[in-house]
Design a protein around this ligand. Structure first.
Ligand code: SF4
Length: 390
Protein backbone atom coordinates (compact mmCIF):
# COMPACT_ATOMS: atom_id res chain seq x y z
CA UNK A 1 0.00 0.00 0.00
CA UNK A 2 2.48 2.68 1.07
CA UNK A 3 4.85 1.19 -1.55
CA UNK A 4 2.80 2.87 -4.31
CA UNK A 5 2.63 6.11 -2.41
CA UNK A 6 6.37 6.22 -1.75
CA UNK A 7 7.18 6.02 -5.46
CA UNK A 8 4.77 8.87 -6.21
CA UNK A 9 6.31 10.94 -3.42
CA UNK A 10 9.77 10.31 -4.85
CA UNK A 11 8.60 11.36 -8.33
CA UNK A 12 7.17 14.57 -6.93
CA UNK A 13 10.37 15.29 -5.00
CA UNK A 14 8.56 15.11 -1.62
CA UNK A 15 10.60 14.29 1.49
CA UNK A 16 10.02 10.67 2.57
CA UNK A 17 9.52 9.90 6.26
CA UNK A 18 11.29 6.53 6.59
CA UNK A 19 9.59 5.83 9.92
CA UNK A 20 6.28 5.16 8.19
CA UNK A 21 7.49 2.78 5.46
CA UNK A 22 6.47 -0.86 5.65
CA UNK A 23 9.01 -3.45 4.51
CA UNK A 24 7.52 -3.51 0.98
CA UNK A 25 7.57 0.26 0.74
CA UNK A 26 11.11 0.51 2.08
CA UNK A 27 12.30 -2.10 -0.47
CA UNK A 28 10.57 -0.23 -3.32
CA UNK A 29 12.16 2.99 -2.12
CA UNK A 30 15.70 1.58 -2.21
CA UNK A 31 15.14 -0.23 -5.51
CA UNK A 32 13.98 3.09 -6.98
CA UNK A 33 17.26 4.63 -5.79
CA UNK A 34 19.15 1.87 -7.63
CA UNK A 35 20.13 0.14 -4.36
CA UNK A 36 19.79 -3.49 -3.30
CA UNK A 37 16.82 -4.67 -1.18
CA UNK A 38 19.00 -5.48 1.82
CA UNK A 39 19.53 -1.73 2.34
CA UNK A 40 15.84 -1.55 3.24
CA UNK A 41 16.28 -4.17 5.95
CA UNK A 42 19.41 -2.48 7.26
CA UNK A 43 17.66 0.86 7.56
CA UNK A 44 14.52 -0.65 9.15
CA UNK A 45 16.68 -2.29 11.81
CA UNK A 46 18.36 1.04 12.53
CA UNK A 47 15.02 2.74 12.97
CA UNK A 48 12.91 0.12 14.72
CA UNK A 49 15.48 -2.00 16.59
CA UNK A 50 17.96 0.67 17.54
CA UNK A 51 15.73 3.72 17.59
CA UNK A 52 17.91 5.78 15.23
CA UNK A 53 16.69 9.36 15.07
CA UNK A 54 19.03 10.50 12.34
CA UNK A 55 20.19 9.01 9.05
CA UNK A 56 23.74 10.00 10.03
CA UNK A 57 23.58 7.45 12.90
CA UNK A 58 23.45 4.56 10.38
CA UNK A 59 27.17 3.87 10.38
CA UNK A 60 27.07 0.65 8.34
CA UNK A 61 25.39 2.47 5.43
CA UNK A 62 27.92 4.02 3.04
CA UNK A 63 28.60 7.72 3.49
CA UNK A 64 27.52 8.42 -0.10
CA UNK A 65 24.14 6.74 0.39
CA UNK A 66 23.62 8.46 3.73
CA UNK A 67 24.27 11.84 2.09
CA UNK A 68 21.71 10.99 -0.61
CA UNK A 69 19.19 9.88 2.03
CA UNK A 70 19.63 13.05 4.07
CA UNK A 71 18.68 15.04 0.95
CA UNK A 72 15.43 13.18 0.26
CA UNK A 73 14.34 11.48 3.46
CA UNK A 74 13.93 11.94 7.20
CA UNK A 75 12.99 10.07 10.39
CA UNK A 76 10.29 12.13 12.06
CA UNK A 77 8.02 10.94 14.88
CA UNK A 78 5.21 12.93 16.53
CA UNK A 79 6.55 15.45 19.07
CA UNK A 80 6.04 14.68 22.77
CA UNK A 81 4.11 17.58 24.32
CA UNK A 82 3.61 15.94 27.68
CA UNK A 83 4.29 12.61 29.40
CA UNK A 84 2.20 11.61 32.42
CA UNK A 85 3.01 8.72 34.76
CA UNK A 86 0.23 7.15 36.84
CA UNK A 87 0.73 5.55 40.25
CA UNK A 88 -0.10 2.11 38.82
CA UNK A 89 2.68 2.28 36.20
CA UNK A 90 0.52 3.45 33.28
CA UNK A 91 2.13 6.10 31.13
CA UNK A 92 0.32 8.49 28.81
CA UNK A 93 1.80 10.74 26.13
CA UNK A 94 0.21 13.76 24.54
CA UNK A 95 1.77 13.94 21.06
CA UNK A 96 1.70 16.72 18.50
CA UNK A 97 1.07 15.60 14.93
CA UNK A 98 1.17 17.43 11.57
CA UNK A 99 -1.46 20.14 11.49
CA UNK A 100 -0.98 21.08 15.14
CA UNK A 101 -3.53 18.76 16.75
CA UNK A 102 -2.59 16.42 19.59
CA UNK A 103 -3.28 12.74 20.06
CA UNK A 104 -2.91 10.43 23.04
CA UNK A 105 -1.08 7.13 23.44
CA UNK A 106 -1.21 5.01 26.58
CA UNK A 107 1.07 2.28 27.96
CA UNK A 108 -0.52 -0.18 30.40
CA UNK A 109 1.83 -2.58 32.21
CA UNK A 110 0.43 -5.81 33.66
CA UNK A 111 3.06 -8.22 34.99
CA UNK A 112 5.17 -9.44 32.08
CA UNK A 113 2.77 -7.88 29.60
CA UNK A 114 2.96 -4.25 28.47
CA UNK A 115 0.11 -3.07 26.25
CA UNK A 116 0.32 0.06 24.15
CA UNK A 117 -2.98 1.64 23.14
CA UNK A 118 -2.35 3.42 19.84
CA UNK A 119 -4.41 6.12 18.09
CA UNK A 120 -5.25 5.96 14.38
CA UNK A 121 -6.96 9.32 13.76
CA UNK A 122 -7.05 12.81 15.26
CA UNK A 123 -10.47 12.66 16.89
CA UNK A 124 -13.08 10.45 15.30
CA UNK A 125 -15.87 10.97 12.80
CA UNK A 126 -18.16 8.32 14.26
CA UNK A 127 -19.36 9.91 17.52
CA UNK A 128 -20.28 6.91 19.62
CA UNK A 129 -22.42 8.37 22.41
CA UNK A 130 -20.34 6.97 25.31
CA UNK A 131 -16.92 8.00 23.96
CA UNK A 132 -14.88 11.08 24.91
CA UNK A 133 -12.91 10.97 21.64
CA UNK A 134 -16.09 11.24 19.57
CA UNK A 135 -17.05 14.47 21.38
CA UNK A 136 -13.82 16.10 20.19
CA UNK A 137 -14.86 16.02 16.55
CA UNK A 138 -12.49 14.99 13.79
CA UNK A 139 -9.40 16.52 12.20
CA UNK A 140 -7.48 14.00 10.09
CA UNK A 141 -6.24 10.47 9.56
CA UNK A 142 -2.82 9.84 11.07
CA UNK A 143 -0.03 9.04 8.63
CA UNK A 144 1.72 5.67 8.90
CA UNK A 145 4.72 7.50 10.42
CA UNK A 146 2.44 9.04 13.06
CA UNK A 147 0.95 5.63 13.90
CA UNK A 148 4.16 3.59 14.02
CA UNK A 149 5.83 6.64 15.58
CA UNK A 150 3.71 6.06 18.71
CA UNK A 151 5.19 2.55 19.08
CA UNK A 152 8.69 3.86 18.33
CA UNK A 153 8.42 6.62 20.95
CA UNK A 154 6.95 4.33 23.60
CA UNK A 155 9.56 1.61 23.02
CA UNK A 156 12.34 4.21 23.13
CA UNK A 157 10.99 5.67 26.34
CA UNK A 158 11.49 2.25 27.99
CA UNK A 159 14.72 1.55 26.09
CA UNK A 160 13.29 -1.69 24.76
CA UNK A 161 13.32 -1.80 20.97
CA UNK A 162 15.47 -4.85 20.17
CA UNK A 163 13.11 -7.83 19.59
CA UNK A 164 15.78 -10.22 20.89
CA UNK A 165 15.90 -8.52 24.30
CA UNK A 166 13.25 -8.05 26.98
CA UNK A 167 10.81 -5.43 25.77
CA UNK A 168 8.35 -3.30 27.69
CA UNK A 169 5.84 -3.10 24.81
CA UNK A 170 4.69 -6.70 24.26
CA UNK A 171 1.19 -5.97 22.91
CA UNK A 172 -0.37 -3.26 20.77
CA UNK A 173 -4.07 -2.48 20.54
CA UNK A 174 -5.43 -0.09 17.92
CA UNK A 175 -7.98 1.21 20.42
CA UNK A 176 -6.84 4.79 21.01
CA UNK A 177 -8.39 7.79 19.29
CA UNK A 178 -10.17 7.09 16.00
CA UNK A 179 -11.72 4.26 14.00
CA UNK A 180 -8.78 2.29 12.53
CA UNK A 181 -10.69 0.91 9.54
CA UNK A 182 -11.47 4.44 8.35
CA UNK A 183 -7.70 4.94 7.95
CA UNK A 184 -7.25 1.55 6.34
CA UNK A 185 -3.95 1.75 4.39
CA UNK A 186 -1.93 3.53 7.06
CA UNK A 187 -3.25 1.34 9.87
CA UNK A 188 -2.68 -1.93 8.02
CA UNK A 189 0.86 -0.96 6.97
CA UNK A 190 1.68 0.13 10.53
CA UNK A 191 0.33 -3.07 12.06
CA UNK A 192 2.35 -5.11 9.58
CA UNK A 193 5.50 -3.20 10.63
CA UNK A 194 4.66 -3.94 14.29
CA UNK A 195 4.60 -7.67 13.43
CA UNK A 196 7.56 -7.62 11.01
CA UNK A 197 10.90 -9.01 12.23
CA UNK A 198 12.58 -5.92 10.76
CA UNK A 199 10.05 -3.85 12.69
CA UNK A 200 9.00 -4.75 16.24
CA UNK A 201 8.57 -8.51 15.79
CA UNK A 202 5.39 -8.61 17.91
CA UNK A 203 3.29 -11.76 17.50
CA UNK A 204 0.13 -11.45 15.38
CA UNK A 205 -1.87 -12.57 18.40
CA UNK A 206 -0.57 -9.55 20.29
CA UNK A 207 -1.36 -6.87 17.72
CA UNK A 208 -5.08 -6.16 17.76
CA UNK A 209 -7.25 -3.97 15.58
CA UNK A 210 -10.46 -2.87 17.25
CA UNK A 211 -13.34 -1.67 15.10
CA UNK A 212 -16.75 -0.25 15.83
CA UNK A 213 -18.00 -1.98 12.68
CA UNK A 214 -16.95 -0.47 9.36
CA UNK A 215 -18.08 -3.65 7.65
CA UNK A 216 -16.98 -3.05 4.01
CA UNK A 217 -13.40 -2.45 5.19
CA UNK A 218 -13.55 -5.39 7.59
CA UNK A 219 -14.64 -7.59 4.67
CA UNK A 220 -11.31 -6.87 2.91
CA UNK A 221 -9.01 -6.78 5.94
CA UNK A 222 -7.85 -10.42 5.70
CA UNK A 223 -6.40 -9.68 2.24
CA UNK A 224 -3.84 -7.39 3.87
CA UNK A 225 -3.07 -8.56 7.41
CA UNK A 226 -3.51 -11.37 9.92
CA UNK A 227 -3.49 -9.29 13.10
CA UNK A 228 -5.99 -10.09 15.83
CA UNK A 229 -9.47 -8.61 15.75
CA UNK A 230 -11.66 -6.99 18.39
CA UNK A 231 -15.10 -5.50 17.84
CA UNK A 232 -16.64 -2.73 19.93
CA UNK A 233 -20.05 -4.29 20.41
CA UNK A 234 -21.34 -2.64 23.63
CA UNK A 235 -24.93 -3.79 23.14
CA UNK A 236 -26.84 -7.06 22.89
CA UNK A 237 -29.30 -5.81 20.26
CA UNK A 238 -29.63 -3.27 17.44
CA UNK A 239 -32.06 -1.06 19.35
CA UNK A 240 -29.46 -0.19 22.00
CA UNK A 241 -26.45 -0.31 19.67
CA UNK A 242 -28.05 2.14 17.22
CA UNK A 243 -27.80 4.74 19.98
CA UNK A 244 -24.44 3.82 21.53
CA UNK A 245 -22.60 3.14 18.26
CA UNK A 246 -24.44 5.03 15.48
CA UNK A 247 -22.62 3.25 12.63
CA UNK A 248 -24.77 0.27 13.63
CA UNK A 249 -27.69 1.86 11.77
CA UNK A 250 -25.73 1.31 8.58
CA UNK A 251 -24.11 -2.01 9.45
CA UNK A 252 -26.23 -3.81 12.07
CA UNK A 253 -24.96 -6.42 14.53
CA UNK A 254 -25.73 -9.45 12.32
CA UNK A 255 -23.59 -8.01 9.46
CA UNK A 256 -20.78 -7.10 11.83
CA UNK A 257 -20.68 -10.57 13.41
CA UNK A 258 -20.80 -12.26 10.01
CA UNK A 259 -17.92 -10.15 8.70
CA UNK A 260 -15.89 -10.71 11.90
CA UNK A 261 -16.34 -14.47 11.70
CA UNK A 262 -15.28 -14.46 8.05
CA UNK A 263 -12.11 -12.60 9.03
CA UNK A 264 -11.29 -15.09 11.79
CA UNK A 265 -12.02 -18.04 9.46
CA UNK A 266 -9.41 -16.72 7.01
CA UNK A 267 -6.62 -16.61 9.60
CA UNK A 268 -3.86 -19.17 8.98
CA UNK A 269 -3.92 -20.43 12.59
CA UNK A 270 -7.10 -22.34 13.36
CA UNK A 271 -7.80 -21.53 17.02
CA UNK A 272 -7.97 -17.74 16.70
CA UNK A 273 -10.73 -16.09 18.73
CA UNK A 274 -12.60 -12.84 18.30
CA UNK A 275 -12.43 -10.31 21.14
CA UNK A 276 -15.71 -8.57 21.94
CA UNK A 277 -15.53 -5.27 23.81
CA UNK A 278 -18.57 -4.51 25.96
CA UNK A 279 -18.67 -1.26 27.94
CA UNK A 280 -21.22 -1.48 30.74
CA UNK A 281 -23.23 1.71 31.30
CA UNK A 282 -25.53 2.00 34.27
CA UNK A 283 -29.16 1.19 33.44
CA UNK A 284 -28.47 1.29 29.70
CA UNK A 285 -26.93 -2.08 28.79
CA UNK A 286 -25.91 -3.61 32.14
CA UNK A 287 -29.00 -5.52 33.28
CA UNK A 288 -29.39 -9.32 33.57
CA UNK A 289 -31.65 -9.48 30.51
CA UNK A 290 -28.90 -7.78 28.50
CA UNK A 291 -26.33 -10.32 29.70
CA UNK A 292 -28.62 -13.20 28.71
CA UNK A 293 -29.31 -11.65 25.31
CA UNK A 294 -25.58 -11.07 24.75
CA UNK A 295 -24.71 -14.62 25.81
CA UNK A 296 -27.27 -15.98 23.36
CA UNK A 297 -26.12 -13.69 20.54
CA UNK A 298 -22.52 -14.90 20.86
CA UNK A 299 -23.40 -18.52 21.66
CA UNK A 300 -21.83 -20.06 18.55
CA UNK A 301 -18.95 -17.63 18.12
CA UNK A 302 -15.54 -18.52 19.61
CA UNK A 303 -14.80 -15.31 21.47
CA UNK A 304 -13.68 -13.60 24.64
CA UNK A 305 -15.96 -10.87 25.99
CA UNK A 306 -14.08 -8.05 27.72
CA UNK A 307 -16.36 -6.32 30.22
CA UNK A 308 -15.35 -2.68 30.62
CA UNK A 309 -16.97 -0.47 33.27
CA UNK A 310 -17.87 2.87 31.64
CA UNK A 311 -15.64 5.78 32.71
CA UNK A 312 -17.74 8.94 33.14
CA UNK A 313 -16.50 12.18 31.54
CA UNK A 314 -17.78 15.74 31.02
CA UNK A 315 -20.32 16.06 28.18
CA UNK A 316 -21.80 12.64 28.97
CA UNK A 317 -24.73 11.87 31.28
CA UNK A 318 -24.00 8.15 31.29
CA UNK A 319 -23.00 6.66 34.62
CA UNK A 320 -20.66 3.96 35.80
CA UNK A 321 -22.13 0.49 36.28
CA UNK A 322 -22.90 -0.52 39.88
CA UNK A 323 -20.50 -3.16 41.24
CA UNK A 324 -23.21 -5.75 41.88
CA UNK A 325 -24.66 -5.28 38.36
CA UNK A 326 -21.20 -5.82 36.88
CA UNK A 327 -20.70 -9.02 38.90
CA UNK A 328 -24.18 -10.34 38.04
CA UNK A 329 -23.59 -9.60 34.34
CA UNK A 330 -20.33 -11.52 34.42
CA UNK A 331 -21.82 -14.48 36.33
CA UNK A 332 -24.63 -14.86 33.79
CA UNK A 333 -22.12 -14.95 30.93
CA UNK A 334 -19.93 -17.45 32.79
CA UNK A 335 -22.92 -19.72 33.41
CA UNK A 336 -23.65 -19.58 29.68
CA UNK A 337 -20.11 -20.85 29.02
CA UNK A 338 -18.47 -17.57 27.95
CA UNK A 339 -15.05 -16.25 28.90
CA UNK A 340 -15.79 -12.75 30.20
CA UNK A 341 -13.03 -11.03 32.17
CA UNK A 342 -13.65 -7.64 33.75
CA UNK A 343 -11.14 -5.09 32.54
CA UNK A 344 -10.16 -3.11 35.62
CA UNK A 345 -9.79 0.61 35.15
CA UNK A 346 -6.15 1.66 34.87
CA UNK A 347 -4.34 4.97 34.89
CA UNK A 348 -7.23 6.73 36.69
CA UNK A 349 -5.08 9.58 37.97
CA UNK A 350 -3.96 10.52 34.43
CA UNK A 351 -7.30 9.99 32.61
CA UNK A 352 -5.84 7.09 30.66
CA UNK A 353 -8.75 4.69 30.96
CA UNK A 354 -10.76 3.29 28.06
CA UNK A 355 -12.99 5.87 26.38
CA UNK A 356 -11.26 8.81 28.08
CA UNK A 357 -8.67 9.66 25.46
CA UNK A 358 -9.34 13.08 24.03
CA UNK A 359 -6.08 14.78 22.97
CA UNK A 360 -6.49 18.25 21.53
CA UNK A 361 -8.32 18.11 18.22
CA UNK A 362 -8.49 21.06 15.83
CA UNK A 363 -12.00 19.97 15.01
CA UNK A 364 -13.01 20.31 11.36
CA UNK A 365 -16.55 19.14 12.00
CA UNK A 366 -17.54 21.77 14.65
CA UNK A 367 -19.02 18.88 16.58
CA UNK A 368 -16.97 19.67 19.72
CA UNK A 369 -18.17 23.29 19.69
CA UNK A 370 -21.79 22.21 19.46
CA UNK A 371 -21.37 19.71 22.30
CA UNK A 372 -19.81 22.34 24.53
CA UNK A 373 -22.55 24.87 23.80
CA UNK A 374 -25.20 22.23 24.53
CA UNK A 375 -26.71 22.71 21.05
CA UNK A 376 -26.02 19.25 19.76
CA UNK A 377 -28.79 17.67 17.74
CA UNK A 378 -27.68 14.22 16.70
CA UNK A 379 -30.98 13.25 15.15
CA UNK A 380 -31.25 10.04 17.17
CA UNK A 381 -33.54 9.34 20.07
CA UNK A 382 -31.74 9.33 23.42
CA UNK A 383 -31.12 5.84 24.70
CA UNK A 384 -33.87 4.51 26.91
CA UNK A 385 -32.65 4.55 30.50
CA UNK A 386 -34.08 1.70 32.52
CA UNK A 387 -35.50 2.82 35.84
CA UNK A 388 -33.54 1.19 38.67
CA UNK A 389 -35.44 -1.52 40.51
CA UNK A 390 -35.98 -1.00 44.25
S1 SF4 B 1 -15.63 4.43 20.35
FE1 SF4 B 1 -14.07 4.40 18.71
S2 SF4 B 1 -15.28 4.61 16.82
FE2 SF4 B 1 -16.63 5.27 18.49
S3 SF4 B 1 -16.35 7.52 18.61
FE3 SF4 B 1 -14.90 6.58 20.06
S4 SF4 B 1 -13.00 6.39 18.89
FE4 SF4 B 1 -14.64 6.67 17.40
Amino acid sequence: MTQHRVLKQLEKGERINLLGLSRDAMEQFFLALGEKKFRAHQVMKWIHHRGAESIDDMTDVSKKLRERLVEIAEIRAPKIIKQLDAKDGCRKWLLEVDGGSAIETVFIPDGERGTLCVSSQVGCSLDCSFCATGKQGFNKDLTAAEIIGQVWLAAKSFDSLDPKKHRAVTNVVMMGMGEPLLNFDNVVDSMNTMMDDYGYGISKRRVTLSTSGVVPQLDRLADYTDASLAISLHAPNDEIRDVLVPINKKYPIARLLESSQNYIARMPDSNRKLTVEYTLIRDVNDQPEHARELGKLLKDIPCKINLIPFNPFDLSDYKKVRDHDLKTFQEILHKMGHVAPIRTTRGDDIDAACGQLSGAVNDRTRRAERYKSGQWQSGVEPVRIIEPKN
